[in-house]
Ligand binder design. Structure first.
Ligand code: GLA
Length: 399
């Protein structure tokens, strides 16, 4: 087997790997971006509004129908020099152990089949420049790419919101993570230069322009973030328990007064979880006003308060994330920081910082220095741009 030394995630490289492995070229190239979330963390599964944006780091998949009932997959992340992995289309069940990551592919194929599509076998090569397990929705990118691959090879097309829902279902039933809809919508329907103001109670959204001259700096702690390990589910369960104590049918009806009234009934843990939810919902609407009016001082405060709430009330941060956020505010808004917070599910993963374009490189060096001297390890910091959502293109049109 050829050793693929440097993976550049380009169409040309996918075609080369594809030809080495399968002796032909792909018919389709599917690209699915990662996402950051500006505000609205751990409230998508509670029907809150959130503000994610797709970014220019993508997972790419070269695909060709193979006329069998087999899916053959080679992934730069998982296999290195090994041959493709194969599994049958029929009777799909969750994968375990080393094959766990195939849940994001097999699960989607199964959900599409249950929804009435007729998936057929295909060969695929996956490359990516989107770090996995970094809180940037690499799972949703793989799910969405798989759905687009099935749609491309079968010529059946799904409505993008339906596709997002089926991908989320795959994550619930196959990967065992009871996630909300934010990631799949952001990955599938993101818009360049914008975040989406996404109402997770009905999956409707409007684009929110990110003010000009602002760069996005992602800092991945490389602390492994695994949402399948139960903590994510526990947060969901605590929120459901708290809502029962409030005796309300949705979180939108819970006020700050209710929080005080039910404080002793809730106990400290549930009170903290509930306070995060109620305050985060308020921060999302403040953020949309702050961005619309260009009030960057407000953005700084909202993102800081959002991080503190996740750290202290929802308890999903970690030392590495806290250090990066503290270091960003220590760098300061007077030197160009706009705001910083952890992004995604937490328990490791990344922070997102908004920063004036001309200060992005110096903030990046500042965060790297601080991280290195505290943890003696290297974070993966990169400046990124917003992008459009996932799409599939015929390979021959890309030549
Ligand atoms: C993960 C989940 C999302 C969302 C975030 C936290 O990324 O997949 O649905 O709950 O965590 O906001």
């Amino acid at each position: 087997m050829v050793i693929f030394q440097t993976l550049m995630n380009s169409t040309k490289q996918i075609a080369e790997i594809f030809s080495t492995l399968y002796g032909t070229s792909p018919q389709w190239i599917v690209r699915a971006p990662g996402r950051i979330n500006l505000i609205g963390e751990h409230i998508d599964y509670l029907g809150g509004s959130v503000m994610p944006a797709a970014i220019d780091r993508t997972l790419a998949m070269g695909v060709r129908a193979n006329g069998t009932d087999l899916i053959n997959i080679w992934s730069s992340e998982e296999q290195g020099e090994d041959a493709p992995l194969s599994f049958g289309l029929l009777g799909l069940k969750p994968f375990e152990g080393d094959r766990y990551w195939l849940n994001y592919i097999g699960g989607v194929i199964e959900m599409l089949r249950r929804d009435g599509l007729k998936p057929t076998g295909f060969d695929a090569v996956i490359t990516t420049d989107l770090p996995s397990g970094a809180g940037l929705s690499s799972s949703a990118a793989l799910e969405t790419a798989t759905a687009l691959a099935v749609e491309s090879v079968t010529g059946q097309q799904l409505d993008p919101i339906r596709r997002a829902m089926l991908c989320r279902q795959a994550e619930h039933e196959f990967a065992g993570v009871p996630c909300g809809i934010m990631d799949q919508i952001a990955v599938g329907l993101g818009q360049k230069d914008c975040a989406l103001m996404l109402d997770c109670s009905d999956a409707s959204f409007v684009p929110v322009q990110i003010p000009e001259g602002i760069a996005i700096l992602v800092s991945d702690t490389r602390v492994n973030h695994a949402l399948g390990d139960g903590e994510y589910q526990k947060r969901r369960e605590s929120c459901d328990q708290a809502l029962r104590i409030f005796a309300k049918s949705s979180w939108g009806e819970v006020s700050l007064d209710d929080l005080e009234l039910q404080k002793s009934e809730l106990g400290p843990l549930l009170h903290g979880r509930a306070r995060h939810v109620v305050s985060e919902m308020a921060r999302v609407s403040k953020m949309s006003n702050a961005l619309a009016s260009g009030d960057l001082a407000q953005v700084a405060e909202i993102m800081k308060a959002g991080h503190e709430s996740l750290r202290d009330d929802f308890e999903v941060s970690c030392l590495e994330l806290d250090l990066l956020v503290d270091a960003a505010y220590e760098f300061g808004t007077d030197r160009g920081l706009v705001g910083s917070r952890m992004t995604g599910g937490g328990f490791g993963g990344s922070t997102v910082s908004l920063v004036r374009e001309e200060s992005a490189e110096s903030l990046k060096s500042h965060l790297e220095d601080r991280f290195r001297s505290r943890f003696n390890s290297e974070p993966n910091c990169f400046i990124t741009q917003t992008s459009d959502g996932a799409s599939a293109q015929a390979f021959k049109l890309l030549q």
